[in-house]
Design a protein around this ligand. Structure first.
Ligand SMILES: [Ca+2]
Ligand SMILES: [Ca+2]
Ligand SMILES: [Ca+2]
Length: 298
């Protein structure tokens, strides 16, 4: 039997940079409401697009304001955590709602008329924890206010259409990620590879791998084929903070190469550190496979 040429390209990552300088809300214009039995509908995109008061969903934290006709503005944070990573919620100025990169929310919002609204009242395993689906942008779960009671984010009426990333030095790496791993914005550049594993720090950020661990980098681990060569089983490393695609090409070296997405489309990874997918395969015809890490809500 002819070899199936199971050639593969290690990784490709699509990336779009955003700046918090324009704090336009990321919330859907048509699907923007949470609900409280005691306070009614709460808009996460009030006054948009004429004023920047709507909620901005970020990779590490949220910012902006929600509005309820019965209690006024609710502040989710100013978009400038004191440590440059996340709000510490330990002072009157450094507060807000955080995002752990996995979709889970925590921290506090504040309303002048209702006080603190708690997004971090439970553990990550609680089904009612406030969170955002990184594939669809749909909010779910509940926040809690001692004065208003439960605020339901998951009525099906609240979606973010994107995830904002702050990259003030323009190297393609989120500033909060740089500070988290390196403590500054200067160690990592668009071309540096601090751990020397062959994956640049920028690519490690985009794929969600550890830039200080040379055993951790994005790659296809194995491919296997069924007896009739109609299916390929692909195993590749994945991280829970990213989404993925598997793509194939009939030939490389074209300008540009033409890659076709698999029938899986864009998908969330399996639990753990790798994902297994079966894709269709054209017998013994030569074909190339690549795994693609995709930013959630790009
Ligand atoms: Ca940066
Ligand atoms: Ca590296
Ligand atoms: Ca690494």
């Amino acid at each position: 039997m002819k070899a199936p040429y199971p050639c593969f390209v290690a990784l490709t990552i699509f990336w779009a940079a955003y700046s918090l300088a324009s704090a336009d809300s990321t919330i859907s214009a048509s699907n923007k409401h949470a609900y409280s039995a005691n306070a009614g509908w709460i808009s996460f995109r009030h006054d948009q697009p004429s004023s920047p008061n709507g909620i901005v969903f970020g990779e590490f934290f949220l910012s902006g304001h929600a509005y309820g006709a019965n209690f006024g503005w609710m502040d989710f944070g100013d978009g400038s955590p004191a440590n440059g990573i996340q709000y510490q919620n330990n002072s009157a100025t450094d507060y807000g709602v955080n995002h752990d990169g996995l979709g889970n929310l925590s921290g506090f919002a504040y309303g002048a008329n209702i006080g603190w609204i708690n997004f971090g009242w439970t553990t990550t395993s609680d089904a009612n924890r406030p969170r955002v689906n990184l594939l669809t942008g749909a909010f779910s779960g509940f926040a809690y206010s001692a004065n208003v009671g439960w605020i339901n984010l998951g009525t099906g009426n609240l979606t973010t259409t994107s995830m904002t990333i702050a990259d003030t030095d323009g190297d393609g790496i989120a500033d909060a990620w740089e500070r988290q791993f390196f403590g500054n914005l200067t160690t990592a550049t668009s071309t540096s590879d601090v751990d020397g594993d062959g994956a640049s720090d920028k690519d490690e950020y985009l794929a969600g791998t550890a830039p200080g661990d040379r055993t951790d980098f994005f790659r296809i681990v194995s491919t296997a084929y069924n007896g009739t060569m109609t299916q390929a089983t692909v195993v590749f490393t994945t991280d829970a903070t990213r989404l993925y695609r598997l793509e194939t090409s009939d030939a490389l070296g074209l300008a540009p190469d033409v890659w076709t997405n698999s029938a899986h489309g864009t998908f969330a990874p399996d639990a753990g550190t790798s994902t297994t997918k079966i894709i269709s395969w054209p017998g013994t015809t030569k074909k190339f496979i690549r795994a693609v890490a995709v930013r959630p809500l790009p």
